[in-house]
Design a protein around this ligand. Sequence first.
Ligand code: ZN
Length: 472
Amino acid sequence: MRFKREVVTPAQSPEARASADAAVTATPTDGEPPPRTSPLAAAAPKLATRDAAAGAAAGATGPAAAAADRPFPTPERRPRSKLPKKKPSRPRSAFATFRDAKRQEKKEVAASTDDAVDALAAAFEKTVSLSVASPPAGSTRRASASAARAPRSMRDENVGVVGLSFSDVMELHEGPPAHFERPARHAAVVAKFFKEGLEGRCERVPARLATDDELLLCHSQSHLDAVESTFDASKDEAVQGEGDIYWTTHTARCARTAAGSAAAVAAAVAAGSIHRGFAVVRPPGHHAECARAMGFCFYNNAAIAARVALRQPGVERVLVLDWDVHHGNGIQDVLYDDPKVMYASLHRHGNGFYPGTGDIDECGIREGVGYNVNIPWAEKGLGDADYLAAFDLVIDPIARAFNPDVVVVAAGFDAAEGDPLGGMKVSDQGYALMTERLLAHAKGRCVCALEGGYGLRRVLCHTDPHTTPSAR
Ligand SMILES: [Zn+2]
């Protein structure tokens, strides 16, 4: 049922108008469309005429009657201003400027992917999905919990628990613009893990600061003091130092977090609470020597992870495999006389390639002789076949002979094709295959700590900041 308004025109008699007034109230009609005139416009002429009629009926004269004779003015609707409401302008705060800069940086990071990140994700995917014959004792309940979180299509009851550690604390150490070792490296890797759904399939190992006790497993007390005190807060420069090492007010904390996170994953793997794990850490570590920071590195994350794993009962031997394109002079320096840790490195060597160490005859000292294995590449441009040949001919045989209880990977991805520093051509699949080879040892108990890998271009194609959940 619809209602129709009856409009009374000025030509009607007072009686007719009076009766019409009563009828102004709606009368029901069926099936008729409502009038197009707006209710306000329709009522206006009727009201004007009614007022004039009332004045005449009362016999009024003078201004009142004259006023009564004037038509009632039709209310005019004011056009809405189309101009946007102007907010009072305020000066931008320093915080707002900082926040916008960080947002812009995160956009750029999320909009950038690279060979190294793709390779890392591919290798990690392999780490997560490879089946193992028997997960270590104590991991069954956690494995079930982890599997419950994973999408149904991704569940594999035979896979042990894979740990993952990261923290944006490690993005606070930020050097000069365009420096290769930059916070975006950590952010891009973490964003990639979220985008690919790998984070949800892993058990989070909380990032933490390394203790002095853990750092002293590989470094001197004087080195710890130097890392803590080198940045001079009394100077104006926010970034101090030059060349391959820079220092900020956050450097000591970030370096300690990187070492602590690698140690946490190693301790969890050695204890059997997780089967294997990846520590997404920066600054990297494998150039840091016992008493010297160098090559972007402050604390030797992989060496510390190996020594922490050795503290666990039942862990007698650890294999450290370093596939970063640079020689891990720091790992070699720390572990050179240690027969409990076999260090094997694949790296470019010669023609001035950094750091210049890692020749084939550097094979250990004292009890450590024979436990330091360098595979130096004399040329650039090598790829999967070369690396896998090295596994076939050297790494797999010595790993079988050494029979490690845990494998630690100094997981640099600067040998990936497209890296701006490495000059090598290892593909995603190449890293995945090398990972598979390593998981054949130590019953698959493996700790990976991120080292190098500096190109972020190809991440551009894959990571959308608006669809990547917060990684914090
Ligand atoms: Zn490197």
